[in-house]
Design a binder for this molecule. Structure first.
Ligand SMILES: Nc1cc(-c2ccc3ccn(Cc4ccccn4)c3c2)[nH]n1
Length: 242
């Protein structure tokens, strides 16, 4: 997969080159290119924003600069691309979104700032490629860069070879519709707190049942919406007894 990010703050994307994802890039499992939007300005002030038509607070990012930038970035590789535009007004980005995007050959992320990007950039792009306007949560950030870091990590970890132990991607929180339960490691007792006995019993059936019960308990407590959204056949009799 090739990932391109266009932003006026390229430095914000430096963390993509760290740790697990950095190693995946070095291993050639994923390519990442970060581009400075200002490279496609032509005025001395390198203007990327202007006042909003219709008035209102803040500034809007200019369509001409974005149009030239996206044309150039898309032309740099023949693989078909999906354009992703983070915005507070987007459809929710979920694990299912990450799973769908993990199958793409190419993702191009457009990081807005100010009050966002002129809508015509999205509308014009949508005439020639798939475009997703997505939100990573119900809170307002200052720009799209942090959202891109979140989404790139969620997608990249699903790519073959990126995670050391691929099984864990399948056993993700949300992959079975429930939150993950508590996890423990050594020491057996820490500050007077011990590890639940069952986890040391060696009884794999009992351990699986205990873990499922803790996941159900936590989901009911913290995300009842997820529980309500489970398909009817997702809970077996033992689950219902819980
Ligand atoms: N889940 C999300 C995504 C964002 C996000 C993504 C991109 C941009 C580009 C600019 N802003 C600031 C801004 C503030 C007010 C209204 C519009 N935009 C962004 C915010 N916030 N929260």
């Amino acid at each position: 997969m090739r990932i391109d990010v266009v932003t006026i703050f390229p430095g914000y994307l430096a963390p993509l080159r760290e740790a697990l994802l950095g190693r995946a890039i070095e291993a050639g499992l994923v390519e990442v290119a970060v581009h400075d939007l200002r490279d496609w300005t032509h005025d001395v002030h390198q203007a990327v924003d202007d006042a909003p038509y219709g008035g209102g607070p803040g500034m809007v990012m200019k369509p001409q600069v974005w149009g030239e930038a996206l044309d150039a970035v898309l032309a740099a590789d023949e693989r078909p691309a999906r354009l992703v535009v983070p915005t507070p007004a987007g459809r929710p980005f979920r694990q299912s979104t990450a799973q769908a995007w993990a199958g793409e050959q190419r993702l191009v992320f457009a990081c807005g700032r100010y009050e966002g990007i002129d809508q015509r950039v999205v509308d014009e792009a949508a005439a020639r490629m798939p475009v997703d306007e997505v939100s990573i949560g119900d809170y307002v950030l200052v720009g799209g860069e942090v959202a891109v870091l979140v989404m790139v990590e969620a997608v990249a970890r699903l790519l073959p070879g990126v995670l050391g132990n691929p099984v864990s991607a399948e056993q993700d929180s949300f992959s079975d519709g429930l939150l993950e339960g508590p996890a423990y490691t050594r020491p057996l007792t820490w500050r007077g707190l011990s590890v639940p006995e069952v986890l040391r019993s060696g009884h794999h059936g009992a351990i699986a049942r205990w873990r499922r019960d803790r996941a159900l308990e936590r989901t009911a407590d913290r995300r009842p919406d997820l529980l309500a959204a489970l398909p009817a056949d997702a809970l077996d009799a033992a689950d219902r007894a819980f």
